[in-house]
Design a protein around this ligand. Sequence first.
Ligand code: C2R
Length: 336
Amino acid sequence: MTPKVMIILGSASDIKIAEKSTSVLEKLKIPYSVKVASAHRTHDKVKELVVDATNKGVEVFIGIAGLAAHLPGAIAAYTYKPVIGVPVNAKLGGLDALYACSQMPFPAPVATVGIDRGDNGAILAGQIIATHDNEVKENISKLRLAYQEKVRIGEKEVLSKLNGDYIDKEFLANQENKHATSNVEKLNDAPLISIIAGSYTDLKTAKKVTSVLDRMGISYDLAIISPIRYADKFEDYMKKMENVKLFIAVSGLSALVTGSIVALSEKPVIGVPCSNNDDVHDALFTMVQMPPGVPVGTVGTDNGRNAAILAGEILGISNEKIKENLKWIKYKNAEL
Ligand code: C2R
């Protein structure tokens, strides 16, 4: 069976992070291959591996590297398939690797997950494959339930360890994680993508997304809703958009937009951190550093165009027309 995912490690020393990815791929029952190749030390091997794997039908790449982590970017340069970057904490707390992965220029996005989050890299790969594979979709749902169970068991453990005269262990006990109920009907003819911006100030970046999606002939809906300011409206909108293939969140400051989408959906979520003339670190870090189980594939600051390319790469796996349009932009028309 051709592997659907290729994991490339920059060095054998990244093994611990790679094992987090492989254990998730085993649970999701997705065939994968693992290679060690460095863009710096063995550049030609990276190029050959990526070109051959792309031609042989690998659907998603995961690049795992620390320090100046150019490996995922080098992979992105040689393929039109989605590339996920897992920055490794080798020095500087992994920030060097995080920036090297996320801040890729147009049109070579790297969907960056949190530092050392090999597990989230693999879950995102699974969510991407689940956009066209129902078996993997079911396994993603099962994995999600396992993460919910972890919270339930965790609460029991915490309470069993805490003892005091004033603690009320029975107060609001047995609360279930029920999905919010809304009367809104989901759209049966939903567009392929939902883009959610947290505010009108994010519109300039959101328009960079739509201009490239238009060029690829990808349908989308663009909504401006803050889950902080309009929580009910946000949940209604998410219900309406249940049939989209993926979400793109565009947000500055504390990027709760991405976190809220991930909380309500199992579809892939791409995050675009917006600077809005402020320091962008808050948006970048609050998008990318998601806890295990709920990844956000984050692209570079204000780089709405790369979010669109990444979306095209994801949808292009199972849609020839989108793939051809994407390749045209990536290779022939990069001056866009
Ligand atoms: P060594 O332990 O081999 O010295 O590697 C590796 O991913 C690893 O985290 C130390 C760190 O260097 C990283 N590395 C890269 C690249 N190649 C190796 N970032 C690359 O091509 O980007």
